[in-house]
Design a protein around this ligand. Structure first.
Ligand SMILES: Nc1ncnc2c1ncn2[C@@H]1O[C@H](COP(=O)(O)OP(=O)(O)OP(=O)(O)O)[C@@H](O)[C@H]1O
Ligand SMILES: [Mg+2]
Length: 309
């Protein structure tokens, strides 16, 4: 649904995005992570036809971002929540949405339906007649999200949708994104919130002018270390340690308090037999877990490495 090839954008002597090659499938929630000034917003603005590219290719569906006629189609097809919401402060929530709906030529009845549905979903229908200027940052953000969806776009670009929101408002927005995911929208999400990326996204790309890594959150988390299984025991005995060392699938064993940390290539395949082996050696297993690095560990490592290149 979204495809780029060597997409590059320069501002004078500064390269903001360099040779970005990326594919986001229809119905996928794709998270775009990266430090400040990494080029996330620049990428999204190119994809929404708001700024031109310097070189490379980018398409939304079959439409090319550098063809004027295609850009009209792209604007109808995509919804965009920008970093700065930019609403009409002296118009009510309802009239803001009505205005943008008209701009997108959404028919009257559909516009009414969509405004009501979106404001209800976001929990702000009661405030529809209040001036936007009187709203808190979080409520404005929700109205801007509703605005991005007023014309029922297939593809949604959200640039830091929960920045500056309190935990409860963030959750409303995240739940809303999950609802949109169920409806098979394609969602491109710029965020600094790693937890949010992990919860919402099918795949994540890490950008620092260039794309450093891309993969499902669990793939990225596992990329840092080999797979490790931790077996918590009532007590680690010599028999248990010996039996585990003899077990072929275990590449190395480390003892930490009453735990064994085991290096293995295929834990899903080999753990059942491992457990039987430990039990047969008289081990009392309390629980078996996987040692995983967090998305934060992976992100920080990749960004630091990218700095020294
Ligand atoms: N219109 C512009 N003119 C000149 N430089 C620009 C312009 N827009 C962006 N840049 C530069 O391009 C780089 C990438 O900016 P961009 O806003 O895409 O980063 P970002 O990843 O969205 O950062 P943040 O996390 O802070 O939102 C920055 O160095 C920025 O200063
Ligand atoms: Mg940005």
């Amino acid at each position: 649904m979204i495809e780029t090839e060597n997409l590059t954008r320069k501002f004078g002597g500064l390269t903001a995005v360099e040779n970005l090659t990326l594919r986001v499938e229809e119905g996928e929630v794709f998270g775009f992570l990266g430090p400040n000034a990494a080029g996330k917003t620049t990428t999204v603005r190119m994809l929404c036809c708001l700024i031109s590219k310097t070189s490379g290719e980018a398409r939304i569906g079959d439409y090319h971002v550098d063809r004027e006629a295609d850009c009209l189609a792209i604007r109808k097809m995509v919804g965009f929540l920008p970093e700065n919401v930019g609403l009409y402060e002296n118009l009510s929530a309802y009239r803001n949405l009505d205005f943008y709906g008209k701009l997108y030529e959404v028919p009257d009845e559909k516009r009414r339906e969509n405004i009501e549905r979106l404001l209800k979903l976001l929990g702000i229908w009661d405030r529809r007649n209040d001036n936007v200027g009187d709203f808190s940052k979080g409520t404005k953000q929700k109205i801007a999200i509703a605005r991005a969806l007023i014309h029922e776009p297939k593809v949604l670009f959200l640039d830091e949708p929960t920045a500056n929101l309190d935990p409860e408002a963030s959750k409303t927005v995240r739940d809303f994104v999950l609802e949109l995911k169920k409806e098979k929208h394609t969602i491109f999400l710029n965020t600094h919130n790693l937890d949010e990326a992990e919860k919402l996204c099918d795949r994540i790309g890490i950008l620092k002018t260039r794309l450093i890594a891309v993969g499902a959150p669990t793939e990225l988390e596992r990329s840092l270390y080999n797979r490790k299984t931790i077996v918590h025991l009532q007590a680690v005995t010599a028999q248990v340690t010996e039996a585990v060392k003899q077990f072929n699938a275990v590449k190395s064993v480390r003892e930490v308090d009453n735990k064994l940390v085991l290096d293995m290539d295929h834990p899903e395949r080999d753990n059942p037999e491992l457990v039987r082996t430990i039990v047969a050696a008289g081990g009392d297993i309390q629980y078996v877990t996987e040692l995983k690095s967090t998305l934060e560990d992976v992100y920080l490592k990749l960004i630091r490495e990218a700095k020294t290149q």
